[in-house]
Ligand binder design. Structure first.
Ligand code: ATP
Length: 592
């Protein structure tokens, strides 16, 4: 397949924000893609060349890409950078610059998708001292043969700014449309994706082996399963009403979620975001090896920092310190970790995700041998709200955040947030009974002691449907001086000169950022606001939703990517729940 055909589809995709149009463009593209290329096309649409969990990134810095453009066009690096900042991205600059050159050159041989993909793969795998040179050579080689439009997308791909605004679920729709007659059969494709976190692989199985084979798709050790998530409610009665039968109430540990993949002696750890975090936790690898008595399995748990002398659990921040330090061996001694296992998804190669909770729990107790560092999460089975409340209080006094209540009959729904798992946390003394995880999209300079440094941040919630980050709050409270310094450092690589294309904000901060860093905040309530864009116009015309008295809790959510932030839908639900509560209180007042 000629790369030009693919580049044209990318151009069309980047020109629309309408989901239905995107699905159409994708379906057309997929239909004309050679079978052996479908996975590669899918990865490249996602802006990558392999699934995230493999951790192979192309990793070309803008400077290096500018040099490559310079070497094939003769334009100076300064001129290229200037044009890029004027046009807003380096890909467009490459396109414009090569347009002038194109008139003079005759392309020898057209670029193919295969050729571009394998060149990018080689660039990504280049390592060691000559890696930069190799990447430069490969990129220049590609640009030398590309048309201006092709160059635009090759550059965006290598520097990681493709960002077509095509969500993974839109790609699933595109595949469904192209090969299985649309929406009706989409669930099968989605399930395979949730079990493998690998869209390219799903597309390949579908196209090469067929829909019936995809129906048999199961989880595999080594490929992360997208985690099942919990809904939130505030009272035990509500939880029981929602679930409607016996529930298992489990301690909700305040740590980092981990999915342990064990294949013989080989242990791989995946985070909630499906990143490979094995190297962060050599101690968890050892704990898993020693406590799980199975050869081939996938087990889920929560890693928590603790004091082995007293058995006391330590706050989440302690664990996150480990992520920022380089000397893992030393940090393991300073901040020991343990694991509370709460689910088992594969046993000796057999898929357990379709088995009810109770079966999985009994497998878990059978195959995990408890010791000081490995525990099975404590639980009770009940139908009584008072017992739930009492168990929650016990969990909190043992250093947990609250409890997760699970339907004893529920299967493991990979990637879903449903009411078969419900979290109940300690009541904060505020209208909002839960914290929110929001993305930093901008910063404001401080005053007084903080002149010239950040003093507050602009935060956004994630709108899944639009694949956009919509502003919801400006927060400057709850930060210690050293927190601001930490933020200055961790935000530096994400600084940009203009609003990011996936950010929707009417407020203009002093500095803009690529949405990347997620922090936890608490607020007294959610209110309507004309200046914030979260859920704009959905509750009331000309108004979005905002936070009242927002405060940083001290927690940076390194374990969450921007798309894992609290969604606009969740915020609307929290807002509506508040209204229902007020309405109910009004009725009471009337009665009196
Ligand atoms: P979410 O992961 O749901 O988006 P979050 O990361 O803010 O949100 P919470 O909403 O507080 O986390 O709760 C869900 C998380 O709780 C799980 O992802 C897991 O890491 C953790 N957890 C702790 N104990 C349990 C348990 N017993 N069962 C399931 N999850 C648990």
């Amino acid at each position: 397949m000629h790369f030009s055909e693919f580049a044209e589809a990318l151009a069309k995709l980047s020109e629309t924000t309408k989901r239905l149009e995107m699905i159409d463009i994708l379906a057309n593209l997929f239909r004309k893609t050679d079978k052996n290329l479908i996975d590669k096309i899918v990865y490249m649409i996602q802006g990558k060349i392999h699934p995230d969990y493999m951790g192979i990134e192309i990793g070309v810095a803008e400077k290096l890409a500018s040099k490559a453009i310079s070497s094939v066009s003769g334009a100076s690096v300064e001129k290229i950078e200037e044009l890029a900042s004027k046009l807003g991205d380096l890909g467009s600059a490459a396109e414009q610059i090569l347009m002038k050159k194109a008139q003079l050159t005759l392309f020898s041989e057209p670029l193919t998708v295969e050729k571009v993909y394998s060149a990018l793969d080689r660039a990504a795998r280049a390592s060691g001292s000559g890696a930069q040179e190799t990447k430069l050579r490969i990129l220049a080689g590609l640009l030398n043969q590309s048309s201006p439009l092709e160059a635009k997308f090759i550059v965006r791909l290598v520097v990681g700014t493709l960002r077509l605004g095509v969500a993974d679920y839109t790609i699933l729709d595109g595949l469904a449309e192209a090969f299985v007659g649309g929406k009706e059969n989409r669930a099968v494709i989605e399930r395979a994706y949730n079990l493998s976190s690998d869209l390219g692989l799903v597309a390949k199985v579908l196209v090469e082996k067929g829909f019936d084979e995809l129906k048999k798709f199961g989880p595999e050790v080594g490929r992360p399963i997208r985690p099942m998530l919990a809904e939130r409610l505030t009272r035990a009665e509500e939880v029981l009403e929602k679930i409607g039968n016996d529930v298992s109430v489990e301690y909700k540990l305040d740590g980092e979620r981990v999915q342990v993949h064990k294949n013989g002696d080989r242990i791989t750890l995946f985070s909630r975001r499906l990143e490979n975090i094995t190297h962060h936790y050599p101690d968890v690898v050892k704990i898993s090896r020693e406590s799980i008595s199975l050869d081939k399995c996938i087990v889920e748990g929560e890693i928590v920092a603790f004091n082995p002398e007293t058995g006391e659990l330590l706050p989440f921040q302690e664990l996150m310190h480990r992520r920022r330090k380089y000397d893992v061996e030393k940090v393991m001694e300073e901040i020991p970790a343990m694991v509370y296992f709460f689910d088992i998804l594969v046993v000796d190669g057999m898929d357990l995700t379709q088995q009810p909770y109770l079966t999985r729990r009994s497998m878990l107790t059978k195959y995990v041998k408890e010791n000081l560092y490995a525990k099975i999460v404590p639980n009770i089975i009940t139908r009584n709200p008072e017992e739930i409340e009492a168990f929650m209080n016990q969990a909190i006094s043992d250093g947990c955040e609250g409890v997760v209540v699970k339907d004893v009959n529920s299967v493991y729904r990979a990637g879903a947030r449903e009411f078969s798992w419900i979290k109940l946390k300690r009541e904060y003394r505020s209208e909002l009974a839960d914290t929110l995880d929001l993305v930093i999209v901008g910063a404001f300079y401080g005053k007084g002691r903080r002149t010239g440094k950040y003093g507050a941040f602009l935060l956004a919630a994630y709108d899944k449907d639009r694949d956009m980050f919509e502003s919801i709050s400006k927060v400057g409270t709850g930060f210690k001086d050293e927190d601001f310094d930490t933020f200055q450092k961790i935000l530096e690589p994400y600084k940009i000169t203009h609003r990011h294309s996936r950010v929707d904000s009417k407020i203009e901060p002093d500095v803009w950022f690529v949405p990347a860093i997620v922090i936890e905040v608490i607020a007294s309530e959610i209110t309507l606001s004309p200046i914030h864009t979260a859920g704009y116009g959905l509750i009331k015309k000309n108004a979005g939703l905002a936070l009242r008295f927002p405060k940083f809790t001290g927690r940076i959510r390194d374990d969450k990517g921007p798309e894992d932030a609290t969604t606009v839908d969740e915020i609307i639900e929290l807002y509506q729940r508040k209204l229902t509560k007020i309405a109910a209180e009004d009725v009471d007042v009337d009665k009196v």
